[in-house]
Design a protein around this ligand. Structure first.
Ligand code: AMP
Length: 453
């Protein structure tokens, strides 16, 4: 028998609000999680963005807050939702606003890059639900603009990314402000050991629910890889974009600088392209995302951190212009396409120095990604490849003339060994992410500096 929202025990006013949304039947994570959350249990949800996890925790929280029937006291917060990026915070808040329409429930959000004064002003009245990035929340707590002494619910969303981004110290700091008698929910796309440790520290006898095994991308996504030098990537991307005019593409770059340069090149070539990365102000990022959502832009170039959790249903193609240095990010990246039952294609570009990353992705997927062009790089080519940051000689689009999209170019594997696997050690992953560390491990490098404020 199919479960309906009414079967999950949600109140009539929530069911009424749901009728006006696109949420007709609960998704698997909602079916599994909502009854436990309604029963007041701590919960650990292994689920990616796009599974409906925001409603999975948002609807029961709303139900319980509506039950209280009176507004929060000034400067207090009833339910705190922490998320790693400003984009994700605003997406969660937008989602909650849909469910709370027509109710007295007050949802507030605080993120860096926006006016602290305005956020403090808003919090003076108290919030039923506060969605926040850790850094800005700590600023407000330290200034005395908000208090968590009456917070009964804590949600840690995309917990694995929060740890990746070095937020463990911020989480510890914030947790100290929240009463121990609370309900804690943790959602994560992956469940490495440090997440289990985090859960042991902050959750009590949690119920565990899981919807899609980690590292298993949606079956519907067509995946392919081009083996090509860095200098050829832009031209191959250009060919693909020209082949699919008007279809939205998300292009992932490794660095802020590289992504910006690529975006400018695409614009110079006449594409309607924008970029989001850490060097852009919050306003610029919001504006670009809105333009992309409204299909005013066809191409969005993004870094992993900036694109984390964003939900844009129209994305038809994902290009891994640079391979991700954390294999799980490949799954997150390609999960941006094929949303809501639509078709999706993911095309990866693998330069010699990225062979280690590609192999890590294939190991995680437990399959080989079909080759669209080139051949796996031979060990000697991989060994001689410049490491990230050393390949500045070639600018995007200034390669050796380009490899045709979908063509089978120069065989670079060692003679007699087509497709030979490189034996060289994968190069160290540099770039956007701090290594994951567990509680009690050495201090993450300059963790505070990565807090988006
Ligand atoms: P999330 O995993 O929370 O980021 O959800 C991603 C998208 O799924 C959002 O655009 C939601 O509106 C949508 N969504 C969530 N729950 C459902 C549902 N039960 N049916 C259809 N769409 C849903």
């Amino acid at each position: 028998m199919t479960t309906t929202f009414a079967d999950l025990g949600l109140s009539d006013s929530i069911l009424k609000a749901l009728e006006k949304t696109t949420l007709k039947m609960p998704s698997p994570i909602q079916v599994q999680a909502i009854p436990h959350i309604m029963a007041g249990k701590d919960l650990m949800g292994l689920a990616q963005t796009g599974t409906g996890k925001t409603a999975a925790f948002g609807l029961p929280l709303l139900h319980r807050i509506l039950d209280l029937g009176h507004p929060p006291a000034p400067k207090t917060v009833r339910a705190l939702i922490l998320a790693p990026t400003r984009e994700l915070v605003s997406q969660i808040a937008d989602n909650l606003e849909i469910f709370t329409k027509g109710t007295a429930v007050k949802v507030a959000m605080v993120v860096g890059g926006a006016s602290l004064f305005k956020q403090a002003e808003k919090l003076k009245r108290g919030a039923d639900i506060l969605v926040a990035t850790p850094g800005r929340l700590i600023d407000l707590l330290e200034r005395g603009d908000v208090s968590l002494h009456a917070t009964g619910y804590l949600v840690l969303d995309e917990a694995d990314h929060m740890l990746d981004m070095g937020f463990i110290h911020s989480l510890r700091k914030i947790a100290k402000h929240i009463p121990l008698k609370r309900q804690t929910l943790l959602f994560s796309a992956t469940m490495p050991k440090d997440i289990e440790e985090l859960a042991e520290t902050y959750l009590q006898n949690p119920i565990k629910v899981q919807v899609a095994p980690p590292g298993k991308p949606v079956e519907r996504i067509d995946q392919g890889v081009h083996y090509l030098p860095n200098g050829d990537k832009a031209l191959v991307l250009k060919e693909y974009l020209l082949k699919h005019p008007g279809e939205q593409a998300l292009v992932f770059g490794r660095t802020k600088h590289g992504s910006e340069k690529l975006m400018k090149l695409l614009v110079a070539w006449g594409f309607k392209a924008g970029s989001i990365h850490g060097n852009k102000s919050q306003n610029q990022r919001d504006r670009t995302l809105t333009e992309f959502r409204n299909a005013e832009l066809d191409v969005l170039v993004a870094t992993d951190v900036a694109a984390r959790g964003i939900d844009i249903p129209g994305v038809r193609y994902v290009y891994n212009y640079d391979m991700p240095n954390v294999p799980e990010n490949y799954v997150h990246r390609i999960g941006r396409t094929a949303r809501a039952g639509k078709e999706g294609t993911s095309i990866s570009f693998c330069a010699p120095a990225e062979m280690g990353e590609l192999q890590a992705v294939e190991k995680l997927l437990k399959k080989t990604i079909p080759v669209l062009g080139g051949a796996p790089w031979a060990a000697d080519v991989v060994a001689a490849a410049p490491k990230p940051g050393q390949n500045r000689g070639q600018r995007p689009g200034q390669g050796r003339g380009g490899q045709k999209a979908g063509s089978q170019p120069i065989q670079r594997a060692a003679p007699g060994k087509p497709g030979a696997k490189p034996q060289g050690k994968p190069k160290p992953a540099g770039g956007n992410f701090a290594p994951r560390r567990s509680e009690g491990a050495a201090k993450p490098r300059a963790a505070g500096n990565r807090t988006p404020r």
